[in-house]
Design a protein. Structure first.
Length: 387
């Protein structure tokens, strides 16, 4: 791997985490649901890991459900809405991750009204959310840290607006937060927020893919049947090696989150400083509110150069970044919809690139990327000019 700048899609694996996964698989071979000794040992270890992980996430162990990742966790919460006795409205900002956004049509078919709000520069405005709340609102969903723009949402203010509305109407509103890009990167503990559920993913922290968690403050209705594992919310044999790897990743990222964040801030400042002189590259983060963005993510546009073309050229030269969420990168129209919901033109959106940093990113790599971006964008733009 040469110069990897797509950590927001998936973090490069940590060898020590993989070793923990392997040793756990060998040491605890039993099914945690089995009644024999290997099964009981695996079940005991599972609950130990649940307790340890919940400590890092900031909840009680029974409130933590292990899943396959953030997308499944989001889906469990949204799907649980169908068991409500009455229909109502659900607020899904137009910038949300596909694992939330793609439920819009399904919810509408089931009789829910889906309310969409825009987020200029990727930042959800509390006033816009408050205005979107209705007497029949049953759920509000949003990212703590936006996966494309890196915008850190004002979770306290947003939840306060919902709870104020809830008190006025006397109707319960479920607040779900996708915290996949927040955990281990910025200070984030669910006990610090008045939220009902939150989703997490191990592979964003150099943990194993296919492992994640869902925090639920109070029990919600299961949508899957077939087993009693994980409170019935996620039936199936638990991935004990993956969960052990998740804990190992948490133990490495959460305690020193401030130091890691400071290092990422330095890398971001360096990149923006080097790109500031390029007329071909536009920053798609509000320059007056840079403190409101994750230091791990930089969103730019090289328009009118199509992002797919520039990504291919950069990849050939050993620089790996993305055009947005990995879950929607195969569909340019869906990806561009997220950018237009932030207030950008379709032309700007078509040239958008997401750069994301991780634990092994170096200053030398950042400098090399800045040079390549400037040179290759200038070259491609010259090719687009009519002769």
């Amino acid at each position: 791997m040469k110069h990897y700048f797509d950590w927001a899609a998936t973090a490069l694996p940590d060898e020590s985490v993989l070793q923990v996964c392997s040793s756990t698989a060998l040491e605890f071979p039993g099914n945690p649901s089995s009644s024999h000794r290997p099964g009981m040992e695996a079940a005991k270890r599972l609950e130990q890991l649940r307790s340890l992980c919940s400590g890092y996430i900031g909840c009680e162990p029974p409130q933590l459900v292990f899943t396959s990742g953030g997308s499944e966790s989001n889906g469990i919460v949204i799907s649980s809405l169908v068991w409500r006795k009455g229909r109502g409205s659900v607020i899904l900002p137009g910038i949300e991750h596909p694992s939330l956004r793609e439920y819009r049509a399904w919810l509408q078919e089931l009789g829910f009204t889906v309310v969409t709000i825009d987020a200029p520069w990727g930042l959800i405005r509390t006033a816009d959310l408050a205005a979107a709340l209705r007497d029949d609102t049953v759920a509000v969903c949003f990212n703590a840290v936006h996966n494309v723009s890196g915008a850190v949402q004002p979770v306290h203010e947003l939840t306060a607006a919902v709870r104020k509305h809830e008190a006025r109407t006397g109707r319960t509103v479920h607040i779900h937060v996708d915290a996949v890009q927040a955990l281990g990167k910025i200070p984030f503990r669910v006990c610090d927020y008045d939220i009902d559920s939150a989703s997490f993913s191990a592979h964003k922290l150099s943990g194993p893919r296919g492992t994640g968690a869902l925090y639920v403050r109070r029990p919600i209705e299961p949508t899957s049947r077939g087993g009693e594992q994980e409170q019935g919310l996620r039936p199936g044999t638990e991935n004990l090696p993956g969960i052990a790897g998740f804990h190992e990743a948490l133990s490495r990222c959460v305690p020193d989150v401030a130091d890691r964040r400071s290092r990422a801030e330095g890398l971001k400042r360096l990149l923006l400083e080097k790109l500031s002189g390029s007329r071909e590259i536009e920053l798609l983060q509000d320059p007056d509110r840079m403190d409101d963005y994750s230091p791990y993510i930089v969103l730019i546009s090289a328009a009118p150069v199509p992002s797919e073309v520039l990504l291919r050229v950069l990849s050939d030269r050993g620089f790996f970044l993305s055009a947005g969420s990995a879950c929607s990168s195969q569909t340019a129209k869906k990806r561009e919809h997220v950018l237009t919901s932030m207030g950008f033109s379709s032309t700007i959106a078509s040239g958008a690139l997401r750069i994301s940093f991780g634990g092994t990113t170096t200053e030398a790599e950042v400098l090399a990327l800045a040079r390549e971006l400037a040179e290759q964008t200038a070259m491609l733009r010259s090719m687009l000019k009519p002769s």
